[in-house]
Design a binder for this molecule. Structure first.
Ligand SMILES: Cc1cc2nc3c(=O)[nH]c(=O)nc-3n(C[C@H](O)[C@H](O)[C@H](O)COP(=O)(O)O)c2cc1C
Length: 187
């Protein structure tokens, strides 16, 4: 009886410790921003619909000039389209194309803020993300219709989201930045 009780207590302690270990530590917004980087090596794996919805909500929450919200988000999951837009795509990656209203004065700026919100949101969910301007020209020239981008909008940025390759060391993957001394003045 005593042995059984000891085994039970031991089992509870081990279960509790492994549950804690499995939990993803919650990072503050500043920690997410300062530890973030553009993922260049993704691991295969599906991005869940609930994560995609939360990321989109964070994009839509971005501020915009006169609150015009001059954006349109196209979530691409179709394998053939993904390969066409990004030949080196990893299985399970999604792309979000951020398009802006052509008649809105600050559309590029507003869409940039929405893109950055979603980039940070993806990272805060433990996913990897990368912003691309590269595919935009070809989207606007020949792929708007097949992608369902509404008329009066043009693609401004593409955000790739997927699972992080855990073998990549986040510190060495990060690109260096200029220092405060090189970029700031105080008056
Ligand atoms: C507006 C914008 C356009 C970008 N376009 C591309 C692109 O076409 N291809 C690419 O590989 N990375 C692109 N990037 C990612 C940058 O190269 C990357 O953010 C920068 O080198 C800093 O690296 P880090 O984000 O890993 O710190 C773009 C980033 C921004 C903000």
């Amino acid at each position: 009886m005593k042995n059984r009780l000891i085994s039970l207590i031991f089992f509870i302690i081990i279960s509790f410790a492994s549950a804690l270990n499995g939990q993803q530590a919650v990072k503050s917004a500043t920690e997410v921003i300062l530890s973030g980087y553009s993922v260049r090596m993704f691991a295969p794996g599906t991005v869940s619909d609930s994560d995609i919805e939360l990321i989109l909500k964070c994009g839509i929450k971005a501020p915009s000039a006169r609150n015009l919200q001059p954006w349109w988000f196209t979530v691409v999951k179709d394998q053939a389209l993904l390969k066409e837009l990004m030949p080196n795509i990893t299985e399970g990656n999604i792309l979000i194309i951020i398009s802006g209203r052509e008649d809105a004065r600050w559309a590029e700026y507003d869409c940039g803020l929405a893109t950055q919100n979603m980039y940070i949101a993806a990272q805060s969910l433990g996913l990897g993300a990368h912003i691309y301007a590269g595919p935009v020209e070809s989207i606007n020239t020949s792929k708007k219709e097949v992608l369902g981008i509404p008329s009066g909008y043009r693609a401004i940025m593409v955000l790739r989201i997927g699972h992080i390759d855990k073998n990549v060391d986040a510190v060495s993957a990060a690109s260096p930045r200029k220092s405060i001394q090189e970029t700031v003045n105080f008056k």
